[in-house]
Design a binder for this molecule. Structure first.
Ligand code: ADP
Length: 256
């Protein structure tokens, strides 16, 4: 609380009383802390790959590139880290786009079966690498009014997470069903699951249950923040059922 006070004098300049103004600045302080936190997080996330890129490039330039094996392995690191940076910057731009005051959805009639069909080739490679069995259970002919590209991103992000947080040879199931007013999209995995206590936090920007694991899978820590944002600007909602070691199911409800 911020307090501002001032004395009140009478006409003979004698102290008569005082006024005290009490401002509740909890909310403002919270916003300010969140902003500082975000800037610190972004800076850290950008710095880590850049440090690695400059370090490996410098070592190569100082002579290490004469060894073919070293050259190949260092270039692979430089490529991977640049790729990570690109993903991070894309996610940051998406979030800032979604948060603009004048942000508008490009709504059209979205055919959900066509949309999910387009997603398979995008994530198949990653699923195959891990030997994950993908099951699609998509009701035919469902449509909704929404922003096609944004909805596609929601499904891609949820499926990518389901694959990333699953063991080798795991199982990931996507279902899309018509529920009168809503289209219900769910993504299930039999992966590591999420502790009940942290479920509300996973939608925060840069929150990760296990930083090292998320980093290894190439995650930016922004995927679910983007998902939640997109679902909410469509007036939909999202919920999670999960149990540690027993997998997770993300439910998205989008109004038709
Ligand atoms: P990341 O890039 O780290 O995956 P997200 O915003 O997509 O970022 O997810 C935030 C965190 O939520 C992840 O780091 C992970 O700890 C947890 N998480 C997300 N999806 C799953 C899932 N299907 N199973 C287990 N944990 C998950």
């Amino acid at each position: 609380i911020e307090i501002i006070g001032a004395p009140i004098f009478n006409e003979r300049n004698m102290l008569k009383g005082a006024v005290l103004l009490l401002y509740d600045i909890t909310h403002l302080k919270k916003l300010e802390l969140m902003r500082k936190d975000f800037v610190a997080n972004v800076s850290h996330e950008l710095k880590t790959p850049i440090t690695s890129i400059t370090g490996f490039a410098e070592t190569l330039l100082n002579g290490a590139m004469n060894d073919k094996k070293t050259l190949h392995s260092f270039l692979t690191i430089i490529y991977d880290e640049s790729y990570r940076l690109q993903g991070l910057i894309e996610d940051l731009l998406t979030l800032s786009e979604l948060e603009k005051d004048n942000f508008k959805l490009a709504k059209t009639t979205v055919h959900m079966d066509k949309l999910t069909g387009e997603i398979i080739p995008i994530i198949q490679h990653r699923a195959e690498q891990k030997g994950i069995n993908m099951e699609m259970n998509v009701q035919e002919g469902i449509t909704l009014q929404g922003d096609r590209e944004r909805i596609k991103q929601v499904v891609i992000n949820l499926l990518t997470n389901a694959i990333n947080y699953s063991p080798e040879n795991g199982e990931v199931i996507l279902t899309v069903f018509d529920e009168t007013e809503y289209v219900h999209v769910s993504v299930s995995d039999n992966g590591i699951g999420i502790d009940q206590a942290v479920i509300p936090r996973i939608f925060e920007r840069f929150y990760r249950v296990d930083k090292a694991r998320s980093r290894n899978t190439g995650g930016t820590g922004l995927g679910l923040a983007i998902v939640k944002h997109i679902v909410e600007v469509h007036d939909g909602h999202i919920s999670v059922e999960s149990e540690p070691d027993n997998g997770s199911t993300f439910h998205v409800y989008l109004p038709k």
